[in-house]
Design a protein around this ligand. Structure first.
Ligand code: ADP
Ligand code: ZN
Ligand code: ZN
Length: 722
């Protein structure tokens, strides 16, 4: 057998591929190569060299070309990715592909990493002082007055900046340059840290240079971000890199502003909204060590860190860290793997830590740090339950709630009305015969979107026009049931015609940066009502927001999903945390039909930590994660027998010793977008047991003929069983 290269290719198969070395160049692990694959060419990554071929020499093909003289992926990333592919039972090629920005997965030379930097000129400074510009030109001058900025950063602050930059540069008010190592900023001096903050910083600083996970548990506004900043400062002083992950890009602008005001270095931003070229350049600057502070969403966890100092995962409980298709990794857990491989501390921060992380603290694997006080605010918001039973509701809003909204806006303050459902109404019902609008592809109620006169399926996006009369009995008696954000917006506009009502959900923020722009209009000290979905639950600072009302959490109380209680508790606490961020005291009203529900009672009386403890006890008693480990096999197909056959064969092929198996059974949503869906849930008390049984099984599955007639996937530690 000849010595060959073992190569990862971006195909959804749980295997690596063997090739003969190219005619020229010395291939090393981590380098990209161009190979023939079927009738195509593909870019792959060399995983191992000088291995013994697993197939006969005559069937081996030769690598066409070596693309990198120096490996693109360093040994640490290669090692972590191999681990990750093994742990999440992913196709190794897909794991490696996830680690590389799209532009680096192609057969093209690496882009140059120089970056455009824009600076205010002296003339620009005078123009700004004279206040002679308007609109986006004025905004751009204001933004650059805080110091030079990179194009990628300007993208985040002011999406329309390019046109303004052209005008201002033409007038000599701003100029373009190349990246400089450090900026001479008007740096904002840090707050003197509180005792709790200082304790956290000291403790984590002592661990710099070695692997140690920390959980920073602090209520919203307790100063977690200040702790991150102090730590990143230490890391920078040692000449090292810091990676800060946030669950979604909507949270990045505020964090970025604070980072650059304090640190005076360029912040690399990495997220999926970025233009591919910019993303590749930022990734390469991290790889060269030039980028010192990297701020990004889920996929940024793959950023190369040759001089790693610390990894921080903000809002670690957030489900957005779990990738739900392809390579189904969890960025928080991957951050832990990387921190271990890099010998650096990893800091998980949250006001509502996940039960997984709390269990890890309990088991002594993570060190726990607390921030209990809110340094800025006067006191934590006061939370009250409104019992909606037997109330006369106005589009789902109770009189007590409406009167509190009225009082708040009358004082010139802002209100948040939270409802986790977009659209006008979740159901359209015929009052004469009981028919309701249902998606033909999912057999699920369709949501009424009144302004667009559409019925939309929120599961598969199928859309139809709203019928004038009932399709079954012809009665003109179709009534919307229940409330979505669109209906609440309409009701609030009718009730408070003189107050601006702003709806923030996926529909109103579809355009890039629309979210930031909507919130931008709110900074003023004026009354306003925000209506929105959980997009609003995330950490935006709205200083004039003093009342938060939570409408319709009851679905969460009744759900059969074992994670529903945890999620509801996190959501309520996070949304409530929006109130009273500044000096004004905040108030939270929670409207429910189940005022006596133990979860709500517990949460209000004793707070998240106590509620979470209770939930953990329940999980332990019923042997659910984090006290057991799950893998979900999902399958779907247009024909149901294909799903059934595949799952039955998969079940038969599983060595079930010491495993608990539920199914094969239909998925909680048995039909979606016209595909029948089924699943097999496998549980074990230890990860080791589970993986030992599933590794060989995964290969059997891939080879089963029935697997070709379904779409199937394995989900390790699934967070959603839908
Ligand atoms: P979190 O990240 O936990 O939500 P932040 O770090 O954003 O909290 O802090 C909340 C507010 O309190 C911010 O306005 C911040 O500037 C302020 N703050 C944080 N730490 C201190 C401190 N030690 N002294 C005074 N103000 C502080
Ligand atoms: Zn009817
Ligand atoms: Zn549908």
């Amino acid at each position: 057998m000849p010595a060959v290269l073992r190569i990862a290719l971006p195909v959804p198969l749980p295997t690596l591929f063997d090739y003969l070395p190219p005619a020229a160049g010395e291939c090393r692990a981590g380098s990209r190569v161009l190979v023939p694959f079927g009738r195509h060419k593909m870019v792959g990554i060399v995983v191992a060299t000088e291995v013994e071929a697993s197939v006969g020499g005559s069937r081996l093909k030769r690598v066409l070309r070596l693309l990198d003289d120096t490996p693109l992926l360093d040994p640490e990333l290669m090692k972590t990715l191999a681990w990750a592919a093994d742990y999440w039972l992913g196709a190794p090629g897909e794991a490696y592909a996830n680690a590389l920005p799209l532009a680096l997965r192609e057969d093209k030379p690496l882009p140059a990493t120089g970056e455009e930097i824009w600076t205010l000129t002296i003339a620009g400074q005078s123009a700004r002082d004279a206040n002679s510009r308007r609109g986006s030109s004025k905004l751009l001058l204001d933004i650059l007055a805080t110091g030079p900025l990179a194009a990628g950063e300007l993208d985040v602050h002011l999406p329309s900046w390019r046109a303004a930059a052209r005008r201002l540069a033409g007038a000599g008010l701003i100029e373009r340059g190349e990246r400089i190592a450090a900026f001479d900023h008007h740096l904002v001096a840090p707050w003197p840290l509180t005792e709790e903050q200082q304790h956290a910083v000291t403790d984590i600083t002592a661990s710099l240079g070695s692997f140690q996970p920390f959980l920073l548990d602090g209520v919203t506004g307790s100063g977690k971000t200040e702790v991150y900043l102090a730590l990143i400062e230490q890391v920078l002083a040692q000449g090292k890199q810091a990676l800060l992950l946030v669950p979604e890009i909507g949270l990045a602008p505020q964090t970025m502003r604070r980072l650059r005001e304090r640190l005076g270095v360029a912040i690399e931003v990495l997220h999926s909204n970025l233009a591919e070229g910019d993303r590749a350049r930022a990734w390469l600057r991290a790889r060269s060590g030039e980028a010192k502070v990297i701020l990004g969403t889920r996929s940024a966890v793959f950023t190369p860190l040759p001089h790693a100092g610390i990894i921080i995962v903000d809002e670690e409980h957030d489900g957005a860290y779990k990738q739900q298709d392809g390579f189904r990794y969890h960025a928080r857990d991957l951050a832990l793997l990387r921190a271990r491989a890099l010998s650096v501390p990893v800091l998980l921060g949250s006001a509502t830590p996940s039960l997984e992380s709390l269990a890890n603290v309990e088991a002594g694997r993570y060190r726990s740090l607390h921030l209990r006080a809110r340094p800025g605010a006067i006191r934590p918001p006061q939370v009250q339950i409104i019992d909606m039973r037997a109330q006369r509701l106005e589009h789902g809003l109770s009189p007590a709630l409406l009167s509190a909204v009225g009082d708040t806006v009358a004082r010139g303050e802002q209100v948040l009305v939270f409802r986790n459902r977009r659209g006008y109404a979740p159901v359209l019902l015929c009052h004469s015969c009981g028919w309701h609008a249902e998606c033909p592809r999912c057999e699920h109620p369709m949501t009424l979107h009144a302004a667009r006169r559409q019925l939309i399926c929120h599961h598969c996006d199928y859309q139809t026009r709203v019928p004038e009369t009932c399709p079954t009995c012809n009665a003109p008696d179709l009534k919307p049931q229940g409330q979505g954000t669109e209906r609440l917006e309409e009701a609030l506009v009718a009730q408070f015609p003189h107050v601006p009502v702003l709806r923030i959900d996926r529909e109103t923020t579809r355009r890039r940066y629309a979210f930031e722009q909507l919130l931008e209009g709110l900074r003023a000290d004026a009354p306003a009502i925000l209506v929105g979905t959980q997009m609003l639950a995330k950490g935006h600072d709205l200083p004039n927001l003093t009342l938060v009302t939570i409408v319709g959490v009851d679905e969460g109380l009744l759900s059969v999903d074992f994670r529903a209680s945890e999620r509801l508790a996190q959501l309520v606490v996070q949304v409530a945390g929006r109130a009273g961020r500044a000096r004004k005291p905040g108030r939270v009203l929670l409207q429910t039909h189940h005022p006596e529900h133990p979860l709500l009672r517990g949460l209000l009386a004793q707070g998240y930590a106590a509620a979470a403890k209770e939930l953990l006890t329940e999980r332990r008693l019923s042997q659910l994660p984090p006290y057991s480990h799950q893998v979900l096999l999902r399958a779907e197909a247009h024909q149901r027998p294909h799903v059934d056959t595949f799952l039955a064969e998969a079940y038969a092929a599983l060595n079930a010793d010491q495993l608990q198996i539920a199914g094969p059974m239909p998925a909680p949503m048995p039909l979606r977008a016209g595909r029948y869906r089924g699943q097999l849930l496998i549980e074990a008390p230890s990860r080791g047991l589970l993986h030992a049984a599933l590794r060989p099984w995964q290969r059997l599955l891939a080879a089963m003929p029935s697997a070709r007639r379904v779409r199937w996937s394995l989900d390790v530690d699934p967070i959603d069983l839908y």
